[in-house]
Ligand binder design. Structure first.
Ligand code: OGA
Ligand code: NI
Length: 376
């Protein structure tokens, strides 16, 4: 029973609903979006006063309200090109990748106006009338630009309190023509950020491969020729934030993910004590996650960060998540240099397309993980 969407109607009419305001429905229609939720009709879009059953996540995944603030390493990238300073930064990045799978960066070279511009045009996009967003609605995870209210609308069993626009972004001129052209500054503002964050990802990845003993240019050309996916996320206020999640616990398929958030909500699973810790949101600071494909490259030396998104009842949260990987069909495998008798190869090779094929058949947040399919 994958279907879970909400009847049309002007308000939250509980009478007549079977199941805490939610009713399983199979939609008619014959177009591609026939299995999608009707846009504008899901609980998170309609400002419900309660959380419908299909948005409730299992107890162990729920957001602890007493969650501790994470002691996330904050790395100052200023001087990364200066040899004396670089070795210190590389060391800090190595420690953070090994111990946390996660760190924050400042002095990353992306100006505050570019960060603010991307977040504000994202917010303007989600505030557009339904018809301007509906044309991007799709359940096909292979689509280069895709709007949705669930990972696969109308198909996934558990729903999350998120609305998103995912868009391929690198190289920009290949994709920008497919992006929304409203709000009028969307392409320019989001494009500026996309280009800047792609450059930053390569710079950070160079420090990471250096820290693995592979040298700074080990992956540079493959990332320059690789994929960048921007997930532009909107998390509306949730009436009972402790019952639902914006995103379930997961790791990203990417090599590297860079997150820009306008307010707190991101939590990471501590490698040491296995508890959830809230990531602070500081102006101008970007979050960097180790992704599954970096875990593979490092042959398990750097594990991918498990994270989730919690909700609040007051404020809409926006984030722009940039996922960097190799080309669509380029396989990532453990670096030969990191495989030996003591460290046998622990991972199967895989590409971004392999991930898309996996996700098109599996729900996230149901215990299925792409990374687990790669482990030998
Ligand atoms: C993601 C993700 C975090 C956030 O899109 O994969 O983890 O803060 N997002 O939105
Ligand atoms: Ni993620």
């Amino acid at each position: 029973m994958g279907m879970c969407w909400l009847h049309g109607g002007e308000e939250d009419r509980r009478a007549g609903f079977d199941d805490d305001g939610v009713e399983g429905q199979v939609m008619g229609g014959n177009d591609e979006s026939s299995s999608s939720f009707p846009i504008g009709q899901t609980a998170q879009e309609r400002g419900f006063s309660h959380v419908p059953e299909c948005y409730k996540v299992q107890l162990s995944d729920r957001a602890g309200l007493d969650t501790k603030l994470a002691d996330v390493p904050l790395i100052n990238l200023d001087g990364i090109c200066d040899p004396a300073r670089r070795s210190i930064i590389v060391e800090e990045i190595a420690n953070a990748c090994r111990c946390n799978g996660f760190f924050q960066v400042v002095n990353h070279g992306i100006s505050q106006p570019i960060l603010d511009g991307a977040l504000s045009t994202a917010s303007d996009f989600f505030n557009l009338p339904i018809q301007d967003k509906a044309k991007f609605m799709s359940n096909d995870v292979h689509n280069p630009v895709r709007y949705g209210t669930s990972l696969k609308d109308g198909v996934d069993k558990v729903q999350f309190w998120r609305i998103f626009l995912k868009q391929y972004a690198h190289p920009l001129h290949d994709w920008i023509g497919l992006w929304p052209d409203t709000p009028p500054d969307y392409r320019q503002k989001m494009g500026e950020y996309a280009v800047a964050v792609q450059k930053l990802a390569v710079k950070i990845m160079e420090a990471i491969t250096e820290s693995l003993g592979l040298g700074p240019t080990y992956l540079t050309s493959k990332l320059d020729d690789g994929m960048q996916v921007l997930a532009v996320n909107c998390y509306p206020p949730c009436p009972q934030p402790e019952l639902s999640l914006g995103l379930p616990p997961h790791s990203d398929y990417s090599c590297l993910t860079i997150v820009l958030q306008d307010s707190p909500g991101l939590q990471i699973l501590d490698f040491e004590d296995k508890t959830w810790k809230a990531v602070p949101a500081m102006q101008g600071v970007l979050q960097v996650h180790v992704g599954d494909h970096l875990e593979v490259l490092s042959n398990g030396k750097y594990e991918s960060a498990v994270h989730k998104v919690t909700l609040n009842s007051e404020k809409t949260r926006f984030s722009i998540v940039s996922l960097h990987s190799l080309g669509m069909d380029v396989k990532m495998e453990a670096a030969k240099e990191l495989v030996d008798e003591d460290h046998p190869n622990g991972y199967r090779e895989s590409s971004f397309r392999d991930f898309l094929n996996f996700i098109s058949k599996n729900d996230i947040g149901e215990g299925s993980s792409f990374l687990n399919t790669l482990k030998i």
